[in-house]
Write a protein that binds this ligand. Structure first.
Ligand code: P6P
Length: 336
């Protein structure tokens, strides 16, 4: 007798289509965006994997809109995403951490009803020391009525996102995304060149072991933040001590806490009174993923996803992770 030993291999394309079928009114446009992003992720993964060999290490010398010296891979990743996404006819505009203004869809291409915001290579300062880096993306629906999107279309609260996700270029390449019905993780099989479903329905533990914060800023934090970090470290006797794990790459730190439970914090400090991390294409997408997995995210005052953006590259403080650990931050920082 021949036993059927085939496992049910679910590629990301199959999973996206099956999810689309659960939404009768779906046109397939969002599915197309996700499929194209998966292709872009594979292309960036190839470049990141080869970074140690090709002459792409080290900064390109140019400065991006953030005034940060751009690593060559930043530029490559940005161009890879723009070129993978600009012709599909599903987007009315894009915006990237690496570009000051909204990215219009070229007139030669059709436009669609979605907006894509992204950080093409977050944590890129870690590239030349082989620390995991990531791509973060956020998808919004167009609100304006023209064929081409506007800045206002990008400046929507994170609660209006229709999809969000990230790619982590680590010991393996994983793509994790949500369209509002749970969080699903796919691992790239380098031999097949396919993202395969490896982490269906990810749920973040309600409390966690890991605290991810750069405490070299401790002297620049407000006192309530210092007290909160003492609580997380078990120093005030009101919570078991958390292990500090901080890579300095938001996607890597968040991914570990998503799977194992914990809290990532980048508080405001005297040097960065508005925080360091970007609201639209770093904090909102990861907050969306976190909430979809049963976690929470606040900026110290309110839910991150409720913040009404006013600028494309605005920053925000963030406390992101296990629900009970974020609740401690809410209580101690007086968030509403
Ligand atoms: P710091 C990387 O530059 C980044 O944007 C995030 O990925 C990371 O969480 C944070 O900045 C690290 O900042 O000040 O601790 O080096």
């Amino acid at each position: 007798m021949v036993r059927n030993t085939a496992t049910s291999v679910v590629t990301i394309d199959r999973f996206i289509i099956e999810q689309e079928r659960e939404h009768p009114g779906a046109t397939g446009a969002l599915s197309g965006i996700l499929t194209d992003l998966a292709l872009a992720a594979k292309m960036i993964a190839n470049k990141v994997r080869a970074a140690g060999l090709a002459d792409v290490l080290g900064s390109a010398g140019q400065e991006n809109v953030q005034g940060e010296v751009q690593q060559k891979l930043d530029i490559i990743a940005n161009e890879t995403i723009v070129k993978a996404m600009d012709h599909g006819g599903r987007l009315c505009c894009m915006a990237s951490e690496e570009m000051e203004e909204i990215i219009p869809i070229p007139d030669k291409f059709p436009t669609g009803k979605y907006v894509l915001l992204f950080d093409p290579l977050d944590g890129s300062s870690n590239i030349d020391v082989n620390v995991p880096v990531g791509t973060i993306f956020s998808v919004l629906s167009q609100r304006s009525t023209g064929t081409h999107g506007t800045l206002a279309d990008a400046l929507q609260p994170g609660s209006t996102q229709v999809a969000a996700g990230y790619v982590i270029y680590g010991s393996s390449t994983m793509l994790v995304y949500s369209t509002g019905t749970g969080v699903h993780g796919f691992t790239l099989d380098p031999l097949l060149g396919e993202f395969l479903l490896s982490h269906p329905n990810i749920r973040i533990p309600t409390t966690g072991r890991y605290l991810s914060v750069n405490d070299s800023y401790e002297e620049h934090w407000a006192e309530p933040v210092r007290a909160l970090m003492r609580r997380y470290r078990g120093l005030d006797g009101k919570r078991a001590a958390m292990n500090v794990r901080y890579v300095g790459s938001m996607v890597a730190d968040f991914h570990r806490n998503l799977l194992g439970g914990g809290l990532f914090a980048y508080p405001a400090n005297a040097k960065s009174p508005g925080g360091k991390l970007r609201l639209l294409y770093e904090c909102n997408p990861l907050a969306f993923i976190c909430e979809q997995a049963g976690g929470a995210a606040i900026d110290g005052v309110q839910r991150v996803l409720d913040v009404q953006p006013t600028e494309l590259h605005q920053r925000t403080p963030i406390y992101l992770g296990s629900k009970d650990d974020v609740a401690i931050a809410s209580e101690m920082l007086g968030a509403h």
